[in-house]
Design a protein around this ligand. Structure first.
Ligand code: DIR
Ligand code: MN
Ligand code: MN
Ligand code: MN
Length: 351
C-alpha cells in the first residue's frame, strides 16, 4: 500500500493572501518524516502549478470564477490519476474551494465514495446565497445532485457535474452556518453535527452515528475533507476564518483515528447488516492483519484526505503558525494510522 502527497498552493477561493503557502508549512512541520514512520510507502507528487487568469471578471458576486474553475479542473485530473494508480491520496491546500477538484477527481474513480466534511463552516453556499462571494464557502454546492437546479452555470466550471447525494455526506464541527446553508442542510436532510451536538453526544457517539449513516449498508471509500478551522482558534490560529468554540485537540485526533479504524475490527458498524461477499473478504483481510499484531498496516476505508486552510500569513507569530501546521500533521498522521496506544509491533520484533 502507498500514500501519495500532493500540494495544491492555491488561494483564489477567498480573499486573504497566504493560504497558498499551506503545503510548504505543513511539509516544514515534518510531514514526510512523520509519514516515513509507517509501513506504507510514500510518494511525494510535489505541488501543482496553478495559473492566475488575467481576464476573470466576477460572476454575480463570485470572485475569480475561471481561475478557481481551472485550478480545480487540474486538481481533479491529478487526484483521479493518483487514486486510479492505487494510492491513498493526501491533498494539501490551499483554500477549501479545492475540494471541488479533489472530491470530483476521487469520485471519477470511486463513484460510490462518501464524504466526511470536518469544518466550522458548511461550505454549501450557492452564488445566490453566498454572503461573501468566496468560492471556498461554496464547494459542496458544486457536488450535490440535489442542488443541481439551484446552481447557475458559473464560468470555469463547465467541466464538472454534480455527482454526490446529500445522504452520502456528513458534517462535523459546524458552528458558523449561513441562512441559505441552513435551509439546504434541513431540506435535504443532511446528517450534520454542530459543536453543540458534539457537546451533547460526545465525539465517540458522533463518530458512531457518522459511520452508521455512511457505512452500515456498504463498505466504501471515504473522502475526508478537513478544514483546519474546525479546530478551536486557540489550537489553529493561522487560518482565514477562525470561529470560537471549535474542536479540542483530542476531539480532532479522535475523529482522525476513527476514520483510520474503519474497515477493521476496531469498529463494528457493518455487522448490523449483511455485507456483500467481496466487501467482507476485503475487511477480513484487515482483521487478520490486526489480530496477528503484525506490523502490517491496514488502510481502512480512507481513500482521499484534504487538509486545507492553513494560512501562515495569518499567524500572530512564527510559533502560532508552527502550532497550526503541526496540528495539521498530527491529524494527518492519526488518519493514516498513528495511535495513542502505541505501534502495532509484533512480539518477535521486541529485543
Ligand atoms: C462563509 C464563510 N460561510 C462564506 N465560509 C468559510 O463565505 O460562505 N468557509 N470560511 O471555510
Ligand atoms: Mn471549509
Ligand atoms: Mn471553514
Ligand atoms: Mn490500524
Amino acid at each position: 500500500h502507498s500514500v501519495a502527497v500532493l500540494g495544491a498552493p492555491f488561494s483564489k477561493g477567498q480573499k486573504k493572501r497566504g493560504v497558498e503557502h499551506g503545503p510548504k508549512v505543513i511539509r516544514d512541520a515534518g510531514l514526510m518524516e512523520r509519514l516515513s514512520n509507517f509501513d506504507f510507502s510514500v510518494h511525494d507528487f510535489g505541488d501543482l502549478n496553478f495559473q492566475h487568469l488575467e481576464e476573470d471578471e466576477p460572476y454575480m458576486d463570485v470572485k475569480f470564477p475561471r481561475t478557481v474553475g481551472a485550478a480545480n479542473k487540474k486538481l481533479s485530473a491529478a487526484v483521479r490519476n493518483a487514486v486510479s494508480a492505487g494510492h491513498t491520496l493526501l491533498m494539501l491546500g490551499g483554500d477549501h474551494s479545492l475540494a471541488v477538484g479533489s472530491v470530483s477527481g476521487h469520485a471519477q474513480h470511486s463513484p460510490d465514495l462518501c464524504l466526511i466534511w470536518v469544518d466550522a463552516h458548511a461550505d454549501i453556499n450557492t452564488p445566490m446565497t453566498s454572503p461573501s462571494g468566496n468560492l471556498h464557502g461554496q464547494p459542496v454546492a458544486f457536488m450535490l445532485k440535489e442542488l443541481q437546479d439551484k446552481m447557475p452555470d458559473i464560468p470555469g466550471f463547465s467541466w464538472t457535474k454534480p455527482f454526490l447525494s446529500s445522504r452520502d455526506l456528513v458534517y462535523i464541527g459546524l458552528r458558523d452556518v449561513d441562512p441559505g446553508e441552513y435551509q439546504f442542510l434541513k431540506s435535504f436532510g443532511i446528517q450534520y453535527f454542530t459543536m453543540r451536538d458534539i457537546d451533547r453526544l460526545g465525539i465517540q457517539r458522533v463518530m458512531e452515528v457518522t459511520f452508521d449513516h455512511l457505512l452500515a449498508r456498504k463498505q466504501r471509500p471515504i473522502h475526508l475533507s478537513f478544514d483546519i478551522d474546525a479546530f478551536d482558534p486557540s489550537l489553529a490560529p493561522a487560518t482565514g476564518t477562525p470561529v470560537n468554540g471549535g474542536l479540542t485537540y483530542r476531539e480532532g485526533i479522535y475523529i482522525a483515528e476513527e476514520i483510520h479504524n474503519t474497515g477493521t475490527d476496531h469498529y463494528s458498524y457493518g455487522f448490523h447488516f449483511l455485507w456483500s461477499f467481496l466487501d467482507f473478504l476485503k475487511v477480513f483481510d484487515c482483521l487478520a492483519f490486526e489480530s496477528n499484531l503484525s506490523s502490517s498496516w491496514c488502510a481502512g476505508l480512507l481513500s482521499v484526505m484534504d487538509m486545507v486552510e492553513v494560512n501562515p500569513d495569518l499567524g500572530a507569530s512564527p510559533e502560532a503558525v508552527e502550532a497550526t501546521a503541526t496540528l495539521a500533521v498530527d491529524v494527518i498522521a492519526s488518519s493514516l494510522g498513528q495511535t495513542r496506544e502505541g505501534a502495532h509491533t509484533s512480539m518477535d520484533e521486541i529485543p
